[in-house]
Design a protein around this ligand. Structure first.
Ligand code: ATP
Length: 293
């Protein structure tokens, strides 16, 4: 869903407070979120600064997308506070939709980032839309295939356009929900470099949900690792260790570094580059945490 839509229909209950202009683009204070008796995280305190690259990791169902939804104002915290900039760009999880991929051109998709696909924006609105779309297309190097139907573009080209869509609002915070899934390694690399370029050029903070840390490892400042109601926050060197992950999962997890890549053996599912087939039991939540900031 385009970011403009999310902001245009705020739920008065769930809308987070807006962060005043500063180096901080989002701040969670002693935050808790859960559904029914299930706690996704509790007592989460985290400040996200401009230009920071934060990876959100964890097994299926641990709350990664819910974390983004809180930042988008779609989910209200159960306790604690959240303040966040209103200049948010959002690359949603890729899934099939009802639109005809041969009828929608690349520039149409990017344009949804500007106006959510509203009709009747008027001549001046159309000129502004075209300007913003052209700038976003140029920023991601997608101008050459902007007129082509989405259905004729490769996965990497389509993902480039989704990044462009998220950039049309000139965000200070870019939320990415598994933008590398279904891309081959070279296209993964291209998309990550694109996002990192935006971060360096505009100091846009990046919150990047992923099952696979290796493609983004060189860029990540901090990791938020969610497991079964517990979490760790810290640099990759602090969080991605045998000791920390074993502690977090409550079972044996081994982290190896092989040629600059992380190999995680154990853990609940394959959210890294490799794992052993038999998953250990994930304990219930107990609010344990460390290296909080
Ligand atoms: N609106 C909701 N109402 C009830 N339960 C919800 C809601 N949103 C999420 N959940 C539950 O919260 C848990 C976390 O979901 P979430 O989608 O955030 O996990 P995730 O880590 O992103 O998972 P995945 O890796 O599979 O995408 C899941 O068990 C999910 O069913």
């Amino acid at each position: 869903m385009p970011q403009t839509d999310l902001m245009a229909h705020p739920d008065p209950v769930t809308e987070p407070r807006r962060e005043p202009a500063s180096d901080t683009v989002a701040r969670f204070d002693h935050a808790r979120l859960g559904f029914g008796s299930r706690v996704l995280w509790d007592d989460l305190t985290l400040r996200i600064s401009r230009g920071e690259f934060i990876a959100v990791l964890g097994p299926n169902g641990s709350g990664k997308t819910s974390f983004l939804r809180c930042l988008l104002g779609q989910y209200a915290l159960d306790a604690g506070a959240l303040s966040v900039t209103d200049a948010i760009g959002y690359i949603p999880q890729q899934h099939a939709d009802d639109s005809d991929p041969m009828a929608m051109r690349g520039r149409d998709l990017v344009g949804f980032g500007v106006d959510g696909g509203r009709w009747g924006v008027g001549l001046r609105g159309r000129a502004r839309r075209r300007r913003l779309v052209d700038a976003a297309l140029a920023e991601v190097g997608a101008t050459a295939y902007a007129e082509a139907p989405m259905g004729l573009l490769s996965g990497g080209e389509q993902q480039r356009l989704r990044v462009a869509q998220a950039l049309t609002g000139d965000p200070t915070l870019l939320l990415c929900d598994e933008p590398l899934s279904s891309l081959d390694p070279s296209n993964q690399q291209l998309v990550v470099e694109l996002i990192d370029e935006r971060r360096r050029n505009a100091e846009t903070a990046v919150v990047f949900v992923t099952h696979e840390i290796n493609p983004i490892l060189p860029y990540v400042d901090r990791v938020l690792y969610l497991v079964g109601g517990r979490f760790r926050i810290g640099t990759p060197d602090e969080v991605m260790t045998t000791e920390t992950l074993s502690n977090l999962y409550g079972s044996d997890v081994e982290v190896l570094r092989v040629h600059g890549r992380l190999l995680v053996i154990g853990g609940e599912d394959a959210h890294h580059c490799d794992h052993r087939p038999e998953p250990p039991t994930v304990p219930g939540h107990d609010g344990e945490r460390a290296a909080q900031q």
